[in-house]
Write a protein that binds this ligand. Sequence first.
Ligand code: SF4
Length: 87
Amino acid sequence: MKQPWRAKAACNGLDPTIFYPHSDEDEDATDAKSVCAVCSVQNECLEHALGFREKEGIWGGATERERRRIIRQRRRAAYAAAGRRSA
Ligand code: SF4
């Protein structure tokens, strides 16, 4: 298995459609997020989705919009850190 964390996923065996809600709105993502909230590999799952730029679905408890926000925040932090190093 390429991603051993998947074996510990709380969503294993659940209906995958709950992780692909019709919209990116919080109320549509509630069921998936409640599963992710108790998943022991939530962080690994989120990092996977961020690293592979997963476009759809709930990963690591985050919607696509929330993952884009995390990526932007990390990018800004990296730029700021680089600026501090070169100053
Ligand atoms: S964080 Fe959510 S989507 Fe990711 S493995 Fe766990 S239950 Fe599944």
